[in-house]
Design a protein around this ligand. Structure first.
Ligand code: DC
Length: 237
């Protein structure tokens, strides 16, 4: 049956810009798969913390990566996709401030990045994918049909992160969360391997003063334009 060719949508940007919220809503309305790659870096970080992996020791890291298996599964109770580490649902544990404080240094490690990038690139069998992170439009899928680069005002990002933590039953303090975001922005955008940067062909959206619906409509319309430009194709059976 001929159908419209599915596309890849890459959403990159700074911490706390609402990338995952947008990506999730977009994927649901297009019937695409959504992958939150930040959750994958967080899962590796959690494993390193729980197993005392020395991040200064490359052989320790290589050994640890061999034992890490990350998956995603829909949780009907929360209507969210949960992140699994070695078979266990660790969605709550990967969102703590302890993990947030350690995840940026872990994500500067090239062995960690290539381990995760390889897995992310394999999630693209049928395109029809919305992936959010820091390097999706630049490194993981440089050929993505639509690339969005999200930015937002600092205080607004902190408040959003606090709201998200509160929803998950975690207490956060404004100054601690602000310091964490500032520090992560700095590490994420200055690391030597795949730093966070806007792809040349990405569309920048400042969502500081956009409602979720306004932002969604903006990006949904951009996605539909790209999908409409695509060729018809016959899905492989
Ligand atoms: O999106 P997030 O805040 O959950 O991401 C957590 C960290 O993971 C972020 O500070 C940097 C890292 N990360 C990355 O380096 N590359 C990605 N594609 C996604 C996240």
């Amino acid at each position: 049956m001929a159908t419209v060719k599915p596309i890849i949508i890459a959403i990159d940007g700074f911490s706390g810009c609402g990338k995952s919220t947008l990506a999730k809503a977009l994927a649901a309305s297009l019937n695409y798969r959504h992958i939150d790659t930040g959750a994958m870096y967080r899962a590796v970080t959690l494993y390193f913390l729980e197993n005392g992996v020395d991040i200064e020791n490359p052989s320790d890291i290589e050994e640890a990566l061999k034992n890490i298996n990350i998956g995603f599964k829909f949780n009907p109770a929360t209507n969210q996709t949960d992140t699994y580490l070695n078979g266990d649902d660790r969605e709550i544990a990967i969102r703590t401030l302890q993990v947030a404080n350690f995840v940026s240094p872990v994500s500067t490690i090239s062995a960690v990045r290539s381990f995760l990038v390889k897995q992310q690139q394999k999630m693209n069998e049928h395109r029809a994918l919305v992936m959010d992170g820091r390097d999706i439009g630049t490194v993981v899928f440089p050929d993505a049909e639509l690339k969005i680069f999200m930015v937002a005002n600092d205080d607004i990002r902190v408040q959003r992160r606090l709201d998200e933590m509160q929803l998950k039953g975690q207490l956060g303090n404004f100054d601690d969360v602000a310091a964490n975001l500032r520090n992560r922005d700095l590490i994420d955008s200055t690391r030597s391997d795949s730093p966070l940067k806007k792809a040349d062909d990405a569309i920048e959206i400042d969502n500081s003063h956009l409602t979720r619906d306004e932002q969604f409509n903006l990006v949904y319309n951009l996605a539909m334009e790209k999908i409409d430009q695509g060729d018809e194709f016959t899905a492989p059976v």
